[in-house]
Design a protein around this ligand. Structure first.
Ligand SMILES: [Zn+2]
Length: 454
């Protein structure tokens, strides 16, 4: 690796070509310890140096507040194109992300029409450009074999649904999955998989509660789907979306595969009274399962946190359970409700920072999510004394509700994008200059020039 023989990029060293545009002073987690630091940001919006005291101006001292790298949420569903007029848009969704401390979202391809070829991919790019508050990585759905090659040179990743979902009506049969994964492994993009095996779903009377939903789409369907993935070729950058079971997490961990859990599966469980607001795929599980996956997360055994933000309107969620759509909003609350758990002493800040900020950005090949020289100065200022509670109606999403209504939050007071403030005193003050991004390792991608200092 170039640079190995050079002295280690140490704190406080300067790139002589750049000038300091801002010095941010506060506390930050470095080498496992929360300590007083100064972070110099250069005029290109990159972190220039981190040290005890650094020269340069202007300076902004946030006192005892904590400076965190901004998060990446690699699993969201906004509603463009094809959503109804009052649905989530790329502007509203990305402003929610900015307010929730998320600098990059991975947008799933099951919009209407779904992103399955170059034409649908290009029209989605046009919807992002000039309208997004944060960066957006666009996944494509690999259902049209003739389009895969061209998509691999454009999209940010592939999303494979092993069971049909909103907007994607057909899923590959179990015996078709190995060949599909083999094909995708040659295309060089990250591949996220929705892992439920529909042949394990149960019939019976219509579901009327989250407990019924859990019985109809049982943990066995997740286990079967994970079973079909753990043997996949190592050449594939495979990531399993929304894992809900202790066993699933264990198997993926020992297979060395990337996976995510969602705040709703960490914090909510199925009950005989759980109404359609809490209907999600995969379902909320039993309290025992939830507590187990939360413990695994707390121990740092879950690589990635992602919201699976799916902001269905209140009216749709008031339908009878059986006919209501699956999914809950969450991009704006993901980090703040878990920061509240850190504040309560239930979760280690380092564990959260790794799962929400560092690893998802690495998986998507992005120079963000870490406090390290050369990385983008996408930073948050968090004051753990500044608490609030979730009120769905006050969130940026037009859906106007949250499954976490009343949960405590610690919202970022400030959010810097490439060194410029886009959230100030908890209010969005940014511009719609978010970009469509691709992994730095993607085929045809120009090298981004950031140091690979791990
Ligand atoms: Zn999803």
């Amino acid at each position: 690796m170039p640079g190995r023989s050079r002295p280690r990029r140490s704190e406080g060293t300067y790139d002589p070509e750049a000038t300091t545009a801002l010095v941010l002073a506060g506390r930050a987690l470095l080498r496992g310890r929360l300590q007083r630091v100064e972070i110099a940001i250069d005029d290109r919006g990159r972190i220039r140096a981190i040290g005890k005291t650094l020269p340069g101006s202007p300076r902004h001292d946030v006192g005892d507040a904590v400076i965190l790298p901004a998060a990446t949420d690699l699993h969201v569903h906004f509603r463009e194109p094809g959503g109804p007029a009052d649905a989530e848009t790329i502007p509203s969704g990305t402003i929610g992300a900015a307010l929730g401390g998320v600098a990059l979202v991975g947008e799933m391809p099951n919009t209407r029409p779904p992103v399955t070829d170059v034409e649908s991919w290009s029209s989605k790019v046009r919807l992002v450009e000039g309208r997004a508050a944060v960066d957006v990585l666009l996944y494509a759905s690999p259902v049209e074999p003739a389009s895969l090659e061209a998509l691999s040179r454009r999209a940010g990743g592939f999303k494979v649904y092993l069971s049909p979902t909103t907007g994607i009506e057909t899923a590959p049969r179990g015996d078709e999955v190995p060949a599909l994964l083999e094909r995708l492994s040659k295309l060089g993009l990250p591949v996220a998989v929705h892992a439920e095996d529909p042949t394990r779903f149960r019939g019976g009377k219509p579901a009327g509660s989250t407990a019924d939903w859990n019985a109809l789409r049982p943990v066995a369907s997740e286990a079967a789907a994970i079973g079909s993935l753990v043997g996949a070729t190592r050449a594939l950058r495979l990531h399993v979306a929304h894992v809900t079971t202790i066993d699933g997490a264990k198997r993926l961990r020992s297979a060395g595969l990337s996976f995510e859990v969602t705040p709703h599966h960490l914090l909510l469980s199925a009950t005989p009274r759980g109404d359609a607001r809490f209907k999600v795929n995969p379902p909320l599980r039993t309290e025992r399962e939830r507590a187990g996956i939360w413990e695994a997360f707390r121990r740092g055994e879950v690589p990635i946190l992602a919201s699976d933000h799916a902001p269905h309107p209140t009216d749709a969620k008031r339908l009878p359970f059986d006919s209501a759509p699956s999914g809950v909003p969450g991009v704006e609350t993901m980090l703040p409700i878990l920061l509240a758990r850190v504040r309560a002493g239930e979760l280690d800040l380092g564990v959260l920072q790794a799962a929400a900020c560092d690893r998802p950005a690495r998986w998507l090949g992005q120079p963000t999510g870490r406090l390290a020289p050369g990385h983008r100065a996408n930073l948050l200022v968090v004051d753990f004394r500044s608490r609030s509670t979730v009120e769905g109606a006050k969130l940026a999403s037009p859906c106007g509700w949250s499954p976490f209504e009343g949960f405590e939050m610690v919202r970022p007071l400030e959010h810097y994008r490439d060194g410029s403030r886009i959230v100030e005193d908890g209010e969005y003050v940014g511009r719609p200059d978010g970009k469509v991004v691709r992994p730095d390792y993607a085929p045809g991608q120009a090298p981004s020039g950031f140091p690979r200092d791990d």
